[in-house]
Write a protein that binds this ligand. Structure first.
Ligand code: AMP
Length: 256
């Protein structure tokens, strides 16, 4: 009997405690320019049934993040590691040699999203958070992946997680913010990256981090904007971490 109790105590100490609140520091609301997703070598596809999304920034995710990586020997903050590494390296950064820069797959490893949880948000999510992946053309799969990996660590229930991401995105139309500063989609023009950064700071009231990728010719283009958000996912804040990126002095905003 004693042995059985000892075994149960040991087992419960090894299992993750799903009632524990995650102690991340802030969220990144990551929005991406679809033209910069599509004109890389990987290309893109449009969601089944929905056709080509609007030429607007779409949500990639709402990601809990630490202000400083934790554990293992590492020299970089969470934003830094996120920005300079590719997707596979970013995974290593999350769990491997650099320590843990953000929480992921929380609770019991990431509960799947139920369509029922977001039934009243599906139309808005379809417009504002569309998949562009050719491997999976169903946007729901993309939302479910983001929920499992990041949303389960947000201390929010699935409905609030998606509703708050949508509300934050609706507050500022980043394409309009850039257009107000004369930064409009073009396949020929380039813009000083500082002008892009200043336009977003002025138009939204907060400094964001920028991520660039390369088009098929190797030219740098604005890919994702990382806006920083408080722990309740309600208000923007200035990003607490700098984010060295692959952006060059001038960047493109390709036509979509
Ligand atoms: P994450 O693991 O949350 O950093 O997201 C990275 C994954 O999301 C990669 O597999 C990307 O290919 C994928 N991804 C990024 N943007 C999109 C998009 N618009 N549609 C579908 N998948 C995407």
């Amino acid at each position: 009997m004693k042995l059985a109790i000892a075994f149960l105590v040991l087992l419960s100490s090894l299992l993750p405690d799903s009632s524990t609140a995650e102690d991340f520091d802030f969220f990144y609301l990551v929005q991406q320019w679809p033209g910069s997703f599509c004109d890389t070598r990987q290309g893109c596809c449009f969601p089944d049934g929905a056709g080509k999304p609007a030429a607007a920034f779409g949500i990639h995710g709402l990601w809990p993040n630490y202000a400083k990586c934790r554990g293992r020997h590492h020299r970089e903050g969470g934003g830094l590691a996120r920005a300079v590494l590719g997707a596979d390296d970013a995974f290593l950064a999350a769990v491997g040699r650099r320590g843990k820069c953000w929480p992921e797959y929380c609770g019991d490893g990431g509960q799947p999203l139920s369509p029922w949880d977001v039934r009243d948000l599906v139309a808005s999510l379809g417009r504002s958070w569309p998949t562009l992946s050719c491997k999976n053309r169903r946007s729901f799969e993309f939302w479910s992946y983001e929920w499992k990996k990041h949303g389960t660590c947000s201390n929010l229930d699935p409905h609030d997680y998606f509703a708050r991401a949508l509300q934050l995105r609706e507050r500022h139309d980043l394409a309009a913010v850039l257009a107000d500063a004369g930064i409009v989609p073009s396949d020929t023009d380039t813009y000083p990256v500082d002008r892009v950064r200043d336009a977003i700071a002025q138009g939204t009231g907060f400094v964001a981090n920028l991520e660039c990728n390369r088009d098929a010719d190797g030219e740098a283009q604005l890919f994702q904007v990382y806006q920083c958000v408080d722990r309740e996912a309600k208000d923007l804040i200035d990003c607490p971490l700098p984010m060295p990126t692959k952006c060059t002095d001038r960047v493109k905003l390709p036509v979509f």
